[in-house]
Design a protein around this ligand. Structure first.
Ligand code: G6P
Length: 602
C-alpha cells in the first residue's frame, strides 16, 4: 500500500528517494511522485503506473547540495490512480505526502473552498497542504501552522510536508499509519517502514501515534500532546534482506518453493526433543487464560480459522476467530481471561492493529504472530512470535500463511502442555507429524508441470468452488482467495457439507469444483459431498491421496498419515494452481491489480 520516504541532507536526493520507493514497490501502488526543495526552489515529478515511469521522467534531473525531499507511492483510496491524484500534493508553495485516510477531509475541504482554495485532485491528502498554507499567513510561523493543521485532522495519517517558507525543514506527524526516522549523523531519513533506510541510516526512531515535529539542521524536534519531548533511537539492522527471484519467474513462485525450508526455520529452537517451547511466552503469561480470540484479515484470517480447530481439538481451549474489520465496530464483549491473538504477515494492517489496541485497552493479554520484527503490530502487542518466513514479496501471501499456521499449530500444543490439557501421546504424535512438514512441502518432480498442463482447462467457466471440511475448509477459503487475487476469476471457498444448502444450485459443467479430499480426516464425508456435485455435472478437480473415479481431473497427493501433513501438501497444490492460471491469463502475478501487500488504511 502507500509508501513514504523523505530525506534531509546534501546527498543526491532523487536517487535516495527513488531507491527508497523501489524498496516499497512490492507492497502495491498505482502511481508515484517526488518533491525536492534545494536552493529555495521546489521541484516535483509524478507518474502513473510503475516506478520506472517516474524514473524515466526524472532521468535528466539531479539534486546535489543541501536540501529537503519527500517521495511517495500511492495506492488509490480517494480518486482514481491519475497523475493529479498522485502525491506529493502541491499548494502554492508547499508539498505534502500522506499515508492513511483523513476522515474529516470533506468538512475541511468545504471550509477551504469557501475561502477560495482551488483543489486539483480528488484526494483527502490535498486538504492537508491547503490547510497548512491557510494557517501559515496568520503568524508566519511554519511549525505553528503545521501543528494547527495536524490538530484539525481526524483519521489515520503519516505525513511529511515541505515548504518554501521553511526550505531547510521537513515537518512530520504520525497517527495510526507507520512512520519512522532514520539517522546517520546529520543526515536524516524518513520512511513508512525500515527497508528503504537499511544501509543508509544507522539509528532509527519509530514514531508513536500522536507524535509530530520537524527536522532542521540535522536535529529532530519531537512533540506530542504534552509538548516537546526527548526520544531514544535504536540501532538499525545493517543487513539488507533484499529478496531476489533466484531464477524463478516470479517472487510468488520462489516463495512457494521456499516453504519447505522456511518451515524448518519456523520450528528451529521451538520444536525440542521433549516438548514445544516458545521463549517469547512464559507460564505466567498464560496464567488465568481460559479462552482464545484471534483477529486477523485476509490470508492471516484463514490461518487463524484453521488454528481454531487445533486450539479446541489439541489444547482443549475454546477459541473464536474474527475478521478484524468486523470486530472493531461490533462493540465486542471482552473478558480478561481471554488471550487475544492477532496474526499479520506485514504487521501493519490497520484493522488488525486497531483491533489489537482495543483488546489492550480492554486489559486483555495480547500476542502477535507476525513476520516483520519491529512492525507496528509487534511493537504494540504484549508478546510476539515471529514466523521467520523471510521477506515475502509476492502480494499473494504463500510462505507467510504456511509459517503462521505452523506457529499456531505449535502454539496449540504449547498451551495444551502448560495448561495440562493435551494428552502426552497426542502431543508426541503431533510433534512427529511436524517433523515431516518440510518433506511434505518439497514439490515432487512432475507436479508443477502437471498443474501447468491442467491449468489450461480452468481459464473460463462461471466460477470456482473450493470445498473442504474441518481444517480443509479454511484451506479451501485460502485456495479460493489465492485464485481470486492473481487470476481475477470468481472463486469461493465453502464448507463441503454446506454446499447442499444453497450453492449446489449453481452446479453445472461450467462450475469448477476444487475438492480437497484428505484421507486422514472425514474422507467418506467429503467424498459424498463431492459425489453430490458430480451428480449435478459440476467439473471436478479432486486433490487427494485416494483415487476418485468421479473426478474430471485428479491430483494424487503423496502423504496421508496426518491431517496437517495433508493440509500443507494440498496448500502447495492450490498455490501452484492459482499461479499457473494467472500466468496463462497473462496477469501480473507478483503485483496483482488493485491489491497491496501492506494495507495501512481501514
Ligand atoms: C492484504 C494482503 C493479503 C493479506 C492481508 C492481511 O490484503 O494482500 O495477502 O492476507 O492484507 O495482511 P496481514 O499483513 O495483516 O497478514
Amino acid at each position: 500500500m502507500c509508501g513514504i520516504v523523505g530525506y534531509v541532507g546534501a546527498k543526491e536526493k532523487k536517487e535516495i528517494l527513488l531507491e527508497g520507493l523501489s524498496e516499497l514497490e512490492y507492497r502495491g501502488y498505482d502511481s508515484a511522485g517526488i518533491a525536492v526543495i534545494e536552493n529555495d526552489k521546489l521541484t516535483s515529478f509524478k507518474a502513473v503506473g510503475k516506478l520506472k515511469n517516474l524514473q524515466e521522467k526524472t532521468k535528466n534531473y539531479t539534486s546535489s547540495g543541501f536540501g529537503v525531499s519527500i517521495g511517495h507511492t500511492r495506492w488509490a483510496t480517494h480518486g482514481k490512480p491519475t497523475e493529479l491524484n498522485a502525491h506529493p500534493h502541491l499548494g502554492k508553495y508547499s508539498f505534502v505526502v500522506h499515508n492513511g485516510i483523513i476522515e474529516n477531509y470533506q468538512e475541511i475541504k468545504k471550509g477551504l473552498q469557501k475561502n477560495g482554495v482551488n483543489f486539483l485532485s480528488q484526494t483527502d491528502t490535498e486538504t492537508i497542504v491547503h490547510l497548512f498554507e491557510q494557517n501559515y499567513p496568520k503568524e508566519q510561523k511554519a511549525f505553528e501552522a503545521f501543528e494547527d493543521t495536524i490538530k484539525t485532522l481526524e483519521g489515520a495519517y503519516a505525513v511529511l510536508l515541505i515548504s518554501e517558507v521553511a526550505p531547510d525543514t521537513i515537518f512530520f506527524a504520525k497517527s495510526g499509519s507507520p512512520l519512522l526516522i532514520g539517522f546517520d549523523n546529520e543526515e536524516i531519513y524518513f520512511a513508512s517502514s525500515d527497508t528503504p533506510i537499511i544501509g543508509k541510516a544507522k539509528e532509527v526512531y519509530y514514531l508513536e501515534d500522536g507524535e509530530y515535529g520537524y527536522v532542521k539542521e540535522g536535529k529532530v524536534i519531537l512533540f506530542d500532546k504534552g509538548g516537546e519531548k526527548s526520544f531514544q533511537t535504536k540501532a538499525l539492522t545493517l543487513d539488507k534482506i533484499s529478496a531476489q527471484k533466484d531464477g524463478y519467474r516470479f517472487f510468488m513462485e520462489k516463495e512457494i518453493y521456499e516453504q519447505s525450508r522456511v518451515m524448518s526455520e519456523t520450528m528451529m529452537g521451538r520444536l525440542k526433543d521433549e516438548c514445544i517451547d516458545f521463549e517469547e511466552i512464559d507460564e505466567a503469561f498464560l496464567e488465568g487464560i481460559e479462552n482464545i480470540k484471534i483477529c486477523a484479515c485476509g490470508t492471516s484470517y484463514h490461518s487463524a480459522l484453521a488454528s481454531s480447530y487445533l486450539f479446541e481439538r489439541l489444547a482443549k481451549i475454546p477459541c473464536s476467530v474474527e475478521i478484524a474489520s468486523e470486530f472493531r465496530y461490533k462493540e465486542p464483549l471482552l473478558s480478561k481471561n481471554t488471550l487475544f491473538i492477532v496474526i499479520s504477515q506485514s504487521g501493519e494492517t490497520a484493522d488488525t492493529l486497531e483491533a489489537l489496541k482495543m483488546a489492550k485497552k480492554g486489559g486483555l493479554k495480547t500476542l502477535a504472530i507476525c513476520n516483520v520484527d519491529n512492525s507496528s503490530i509487534v511493537r504494540t502487542s504484549d508478546r510476539s512470535i515471529l514466523t521467520r518466513a523471510g521477506i515475502e514479496k509476492g502480494v499473494a501471501s504463500t510462505k507467510a500463511f504456511a509459517t503462521q499456521t505452523m506457529v499456531l499449530w505449535m502454539l496449540s500444543l504449547f498451551i495444551g502442555r502448560i495448561k495440562g490439557t493435551t494428552d502426552a501421546k497426542i502431543a508426541k504424535s503431533e510433534k512427529d507429524a511436524m517433523l515431516h512438514i518440510p518433506k511434505a512441502l518439497l514439490i515432487p518432480d512432475g507436479l508443477h508441470e502437471k498443474i501447468h498442463r491442467l491449468s489450461k482447462r480452468y481459464l473460463h467457466g462461471h466460477g470456482f468452488f473450493y470445498i473442504g471440511r474441518d481444517i480443509f475448509y479454511p484451506l479451501a477459503l485460502e485456495g479460493a482467495l489465492k485464485l481470486k487475487e492473481i487470476s481475477y476469476l470468481h472463486a469461493e471457498g465453502y464448507p463441503a457439507g454446506e454446499m447442499k444448502h444453497g450453492p449446489i444450485a449453481l452446479a453445472d459443467s461450467k462450475l469448477f469444483t476444487i475438492a480437497l479430499m484428505p484421507r486422514s480426516l472425514h474422507y467418506e464425508k467429503i467424498k459424498s459431498n463431492v459425489e453430490e456435485l458430480s451428480a449435478r455435472d459440476s467439473t471436478i478437480l479432486a486433490i487427494s491421496p485416494c483415487a476418485f473415479d468421479l473426478a474430471d481431473d485428479f491430483i494424487l497427493t503423496q502423504h496421508d498419515s496426518h491431517p496437517m501433513i495433508e493440509f500443507f501438501e494440498m496448500m502447495i497444490i492450490t498455490q501452484l494452481l492459482a499461479l499457473e492460471i494467472s500466468v496463462r491469463l497473462g496477469n501480473d502475478v507478483d503485483m496483482p491489480r488493485n491489491l497491496a501487500k501492506s494495507v495501512t488504511v481501514e
